[in-house]
Design a protein around this ligand. Structure first.
Ligand SMILES: [Fe+2]
Length: 401
């Protein structure tokens, strides 16, 4: 029997490209919420539902930066600061995230992101100039100008919102659409030799479930995934600042362009992050493949537990993988099946949409390209957590290793 809820939760309309078998439980549109009067019980229900569905969409909302911060904070009450540190030193400013964020001065956990010139004073910012990330600034071989003019695009970068060094990954991200330019849908090409393509709304945000990314793996790759931890580079966004991405936006080409560790801003061993490949959902207990492939530098693989089936097992003896190309190839094998066109949910934004997503349960990427004067404005908020993601339990290891 279904339990009564305080709000109404409706399935998201799926695009025709989506496979309902995997995507029907992903995301819910929530009705009946008044952000001016949210009780603790209502907030608790929203938090709980997010862990079950990974994406919550609220239509026609009006939410102030303060209310957005408070909602985001409800997922992690002990957290208080934005998910990335403010960059101050010259070396820090090489970070590839630098140009994309404008901090709202009166609510510094909330960032203004988007595209185009914002006229006048906005939330305390003087005529901020915004820039939608374009894949040609990041991918090794971008689509040609002619193809772009014909409406071809790419996933810019599949990622988790996380500093991946020192700070812990935010539990939830909230994205509030203030201004959304309308335009024709585009064709997203994977360009990785598979011929995969996907129709996407202009400037949509694409999501894939980390749980599905795990579920679709072969038993051998599930075994490897539950035994592996990813070590991220110190200051990964500076480390990768000269490197180029794969055409799928799911990781980096191995060209030897990463900055040497001694050229990075000061770092310490104790602040380097080592996260499991699979993160355990605290409400459902499901395993989600949660890897930010661009920042990965090493893999630490546990040997197979005694009694596990050895034939066909990958890395049965475990070990540390330090060769960057091998690290990336392994992660790509684990993650690429999960971004297949039928598993992608693209949000077709409308003004007033508020999306909350489980940042420890899915990956996301922006797509598309805007003209310099096309105005698009979003408020984004996430908070560096005070705890680390949990990995597979002993029982999970028994089941999957
Ligand atoms: Fe993001």
């Amino acid at each position: 029997m279904a339990t009564a809820t305080l709000f109404q939760y409706h399935p998201l309309g799926l695009p025709s490209s989506a496979n309902p078998k995997y995507l029907q439980s992903l995301g819910r549109r929530v009705e009946g919420v008044d952000f001016d009067h949210l009780s603790p019980q209502q907030t608790e229900e929203i938090v709980n539902q997010l862990y079950r569905h990974s994406i919550l969409l609220f239509k026609n909302t009006k939410i102030t930066p303060k209310q957005q911060f408070e909602l985001t904070n409800a997922f992690d009450p002990k957290a208080g600061d934005y998910g990335h540190k403010t960059r101050t030193s010259k070396k820090d400013q090489q970070s590839i995230l630098h140009p994309d964020l404008k901090t709202i001065p009166h609510q510094p956990q909330v960032q203004l992101i988007g595209n185009g010139p914002v006229p006048g004073r906005y939330e305390g910012l003087e005529s901020p100039q915004l820039k939608h990330p374009h894949h040609k600034t990041f991918h090794k071989e971008p689509v040609s100008d002619a193809d772009e003019a014909a409406g071809i695009t790419r996933f810019y970068r599949w990622h988790i919102d996380a500093a991946l060094y020192d700070l812990s990954p935010p539990k939830a991200t909230t994205l509030y659409a203030v201004r959304v330019p309308r335009g024709e849908p585009q064709t997203l090409r994977y360009d990785d030799g598979t011929g995969d393509e996907l129709k996407v709304p202009l400037g949509g945000t694409c999501f894939v479930s980390g749980r599905t990314m795990f579920d679709v793996l072969s038993p051998e790759l599930k075994s490897l995934a539950v035994r592996t931890r990813v070590e991220y580079a110190p200051h990964p966004y500076v480390w990768m600042s000269k490197a180029h991405a794969l055409p799928t936006g799911l990781g980096i080409e191995s060209e030897g362009l990463e900055l040497p560790l001694e050229d990075l801003p000061d770092w310490e061993e104790a602040k380097i992050k080592k996260f499991p490949v699979c993160w355990k959902n605290p409400v459902t207990g499901d395993l989600h493949v949660q890897v930010h492939p661009c920042g990965a530098r090493k893999l630490h693989i546990e040997r197979l537990p005694s009694g596990a089936q050895k034939s066909g097992a990958l890395y049965p003896e475990g070990g540390v993988v330090e060769d960057l190309k091998e690290v990336r190839d392994i992660l790509y094998r684990i993650q690429r099946p999960g971004i297949a066109p039928e598993l992608v949910y693209p949000v077709d934004w409308e003004e007033g949409d508020l999306v909350v997503f489980h940042n420890r349960g899915l990956l996301h990427s922006v797509v598309g390209a805007f003209k310099p004067d096309e105005l698009r404005m979003f408020h984004q908020c996430n908070l560096a957590s005070t705890d680390e993601p949990e990995g597979p339990s002993e029982a999970d290891i028994q089941t999957y290793a």
